[in-house]
Design a protein around this ligand. Structure first.
Ligand SMILES: Nc1ncnc2c1ncn2[C@@H]1O[C@H](COP(=O)(O)OP(=O)(O)OP(=O)(O)O)[C@@H](O)[C@H]1O
Length: 851
């Protein structure tokens, strides 16, 4: 009998198999009509028209969804040879003109030109046991009952076994060891076919070998004849019963396994020796059957149910595998698929021979078989050579691996470790970068939110400002005689609310050039700037140098309020007054400072710089810009503010001020709309009288601030603690908790309200009596612009009402924030500190005198 030679295999691998992805090899074998079918004159509807195609010979009804032709790796019809056994067919296909098997002589005819080489290769010993192709492989026979599975598998098994022994004989340089085992799955119970004990065997899950059958007998055949004996034992032990379709119907799935180990003789016993291991499974499945066709009942029916169920699972597994290895594949749904899992699209070469009957009466079953075959041929496999190391070789290999790992542990700086640590460092850098980006994005988001709020509130402010302006016209004349003071205050207070970029460009010069103005407010240089005030970046170098991220965060919460306390009505008078002054004596005001330098060394320059400096000092030390002016200035302001128009010209976060030009221009537009005095007026504001400067008292704001901050940031500070307290008879700047607010309010008798609710400031002015003005200032960090608006309303009321000024110098800052919020507490305390320093001691006297 011929076989596929090495050259032929190499050619096949090169031409067809080697370069391509391996898939299950599927062949279809069609048996001839059997005696019963011919008796019934059951026509033959199927034919193998060539070596790869099976066709449905009859015409299909219209709209039929079934194909008429199926192609496979090989198709053959043993009728062509008139011979029962595949080995003879194979022999003929391989070129023998005439061969003999089991006493039957076969002659080659024209049909023998068919060459199902892949199948033949897979059935060959070369594919199973050679050094190059030593792979696990399995050959299935699948088909309906009585289609010829057992008939085909018997031939294949015999042929392959014979070929294997033939190969062994030819390859004496290697030593072969064969082991044989056989089992059947009958009614979902696994039985050993080499043992007379029919008790079912258990399936075990081995982490290395997969599913193994416990206590399965494994014989080592002495020679080919011994193996034949074992095969006949299996056939005897197998469950075979007669059914209406098959006199010798196999009622179980049979799995014969031949394991072949081969070792090169010359390397045997050496450390480097390795063993090739291959297992071949010959799987003869039980046939699917329709109970009606098989006329089965009782045990046969039960067997048929088990067979059909396990075949259904096999079909599902194959179908899923054919679509790729995605999702769950139900190998464990039947014992058959569980045992065959490694051979179904795993690390094994697989061939399936689908058997079918051509009879019309079995057309449905035949179609199912062809459908199964079509799916199976799509299943990709990944067969790999199994190499088993000798124990010594394995020990050596493991020792080398252990030494390598120990070396890595001892010397972390080695190549691989360095590589890992570099990779970790890169990842860390990436994480930090991403964190920074997230932070920036969050800041931008907050900024945008803040801008939106600003815009909304600015619109509201503008409206309320105009209302107030109308209501305050009546008291405008009250301050006519005070224009000079007002101007000086304007120079000091209005300029104080310059935009941050102005500060940054001007402060250094003014700070050096105007010591006098510094004394004016007496906010000492040593005072540490508040963390949240970075509106003037160049002013406080330490903050910038520290690059404190918290500072930046807080910055965006703090608003720089720029209020121009200017009187529209007065501005015209001022213009008239100022027209007489020489231009060199005039102090440029806001716009000049913002837009250009005053004349260097001029008096106006000196005054302006002093005023700007002190204003900057104040602003950067508090957020309560409203109360920035010194008492003398405030005194003057009282005289003029009644007719003043308070204009919010800048209200935005410090950061936003540097970034958003469009808001700036918009605000400037608003400023113009709100009757900002003509530029000429602001440019020609006279210098500040010296006596005003002399009247300014010293203030130890820094000490107060530190003290207050220390008090309120203390973790154990009770919520109702009063921070501050009375400063003198006239001034009471208290920091109250919400709960204690009512206790501290003036009594009803004392509180003779002069400003009724509904004045537009009811939320800000909680109560106004002859003895007190109670200001409720909410957290600036939450609603910055709302806070600013409230402060402006308070100032408006302050200057508009008829209550003696001293009585209004009583402030309660209502604390309704969270005491645990340290930032909030710090802001509030600094504001309180400022109030106390502004309205305490000599300032109060000034205020009284001025009124
Ligand atoms: N190619 C063939 N040429 C001639 N006879 C065949 C061929 N295939 C099968 N037969 C005959 O058909 C009958 C049924 O064959 P076989 O027992 O192999 O079918 P089966 O598919 O194994 O059935 P079951 O699933 O019931 O076990 C047998 O008598 C067998 O000799």
């Amino acid at each position: 009998m011929g076989t596929i030679g090495g050259e032929e295999m190499a050619r096949w691998e090169k031409d067809e198999g080697g370069a391509k992805e391996e898939r299950i090899v599927v062949s279809v074998r069609m048996r001839p009509l059997n005696a019963k079918e011919m008796e019934k004159s059951d026509p033959s509807d199927w034919d193998c028209i060539n070596d790869t195609t099976v066709v449905f010979k009859n015409s299909l009804p219209e709209r039929s969804v079934f194909p008429t032709a199926y192609t496979f790796e090989s198709t053959f019809n043993s009728l062509h040879y008139g011979l029962p056994h595949l080995p003879i067919l194979i022999s003929l296909l391989l070129g023998d003109d005439q061969t003999e098997y089991s006493g039957v002589t076969a002659t080659r005819d024209e049909s023998t030109t068919k060459e199902p080489k892949k199948l033949l290769f897979q059935l060959s010993a070369e594919s199973m046991v050679s050094a190059k192709h030593s792979l696990d492989s399995s050959i299935f026979a699948y088909g309906q009952t009585s289609s010829g599975k057992t008939y085909t598998m018997a031939g294949i098994t015999e042929y392959t076994m014979e070929d294997i022994y033939d190969y062994i004989k030819k390859h004496e340089e290697r030593e072969f060891v064969l082991r044989f085992s056989a089992m059947e799955i009958y009614n979902e119970a696994v039985r050993d076919l080499l043992s007379s004990d029919g008790s079912p065997l258990r399936l075990l899950d081995d982490p290395e070998r997969g599913t193994v059958v416990e206590k399965l007998t494994e014989e080592t055949p002495r020679d080919q004849w011994h193996l034949r004996e074992l095969l006949s034992t299996c056939a005897e032990q197998r469950q075979v019963e007669e059914t209406s379709l098959n006199e010798t119907s196999s009622r179980s799935h049979q799995i014969l396994r031949l394991t072949i180990e081969s070792t090169a003789r010359e390397s045997k016993g050496r450390d480097s020796s390795s063993t090739l291991l291959a297992a071949v499974n010959f799987v003869d499945l039980a046939g699917s059957e329709r109970a009606s066709q098989a006329s089965s009942a009782g045990n046969r029916l039960k067997e048929g149910c088990h067979i059909n169920r396990s075949l259904l699972t096999l079909g599902t597994v194959i179908r899923k595998l054919s679509k790729g290895r995605t999702g769950h594949i139900p190998y464990r749904d039947s014992k058959l698929t569980r045992i065959l899992q490694p051979f179904l699209g795993g690390n094994a070469r697989t061939a399936i021979i689908c058997t079918m009957s051509p009879a019309r009466s079995h057309i449905e079953q035949s179609r199912n078989t062809l459908l199964f075959a079509s799916c199976a041929k799509q299943v990709a496999i990944n067969a790999q050579v199994n190499v088993v190391m000798s124990d010594k070789a394995l020990v050596k290999h493991l020792q080398r691996e252990l030494a390598r790992l120990e070396h890595e542990l001892r010397y972390p700086g080695s190549a691989s470790c360095t590589h890992h640590s570099d990779a970790l460092r890169d990842k860390d850098t990436q994480i930090k970068k991403m964190e920074r980006e997230i932070k920036e994005l969050m800041q931008q988001r907050d900024l945008a939110q803040s801008r939106l709020e600003d815009l909304l509130h600015a619109v509201v402010d503008e409206q309320s400002s105009r209302q107030w302006e109308d209501s305050s016209q009546s008291s405008a004349s009250h301050a006519r005689g005070e224009c000079e003071d007002a101007l000086s205050i304007s120079a000091a207070s209005a300029i104080a609310y310059q935009i941050p970029d102005f500060y940054s460009s001007r402060f250094d010069v003014s700070k050096e050039s105007n010591e006098q103005s510094k004394r004016h407010i007496e906010l000492p240089d040593k005072m540490e700037p508040p963390r949240w005030s970075i509106s003037s970046p160049t002013l406080y170098e330490p903050i910038q140098q520290q690059g404190n991220e918290d500072t930046e965060e807080h910055c965006k919460e703090v608003r720089c309020v720029e209020i121009h306390a200017l009187s529209t009505t007065r501005s015209e008078e001022f213009n008239l007054l100022l027209n007489d002054e020489s231009e060199s004596d005039l102090l440029p005001l806001i716009d000049e400072d913002r837009l250009g330098d005053p004349a260097p060394g001029s008096e106006g320059d000196a005054h302006l710089r002093g005023a700007v400096e002190q204003s900057i000092d104040i602003e950067t030390k508090t957020t309560d810009n409203i109360f920035k002016p010194c008492p003398q200035e405030l005194n003057s302001v009282q005289k003029t503010m009644s007719s003043r128009e308070l204009i919010l010209t800048r209200s935005r976060s410090c950061k936003a001020s540097l970034m958003n030009g469009s808001i700036l221009s918009w605000l400037e537009h608003v400023e113009q709309d709100n009757k900002t005095p003509p530029k000429i007026f602001r440019e020609k504001l006279p210098g500040r009288p010296e006596e005003d400067e002399r009247r300014l008292p010293a203030s130890d704001c820094d000490v107060e601030s530190e003290k207050l901050s220390a008090e309120v940031t203390s973790s154990d500070m009770p919520k109702t603690e009063t921070v501050g307290g009375e400063v003198d008879d006239h001034v009471n700047a208290s920091f109250l908790a919400e709960d204690d607010r009512q206790k501290q309010l003036p009594s009803d008798q004392e509180a003779q309200g002069v400003l009724s609710e509904g004045h537009g400031a009811e939320k800000s002015i909680e109560n106004v009596g002859k003895d007190a003005v109670l200001c409720s200032l909410e957290s600036p960090s939450r609603w910055p612009l709302e806070f600013e608006r409230k402060q402006r309303e308070i100032i408006q009321l302050w200057h508009a009402c008829d209550v003696p000024l001293v009585h209004r110098a009583c402030f309660f800052l209502l604390f309704d924030g969270d005491p645990a919020d340290s930032f909030y507490m710090e802001v509030e305390c600094r504001r309180l500190s400022f109030l106390r320093n502004t309205f305490s001691r000599g300032n109060v006297g000034d205020l009284v005198a001025s009124r």
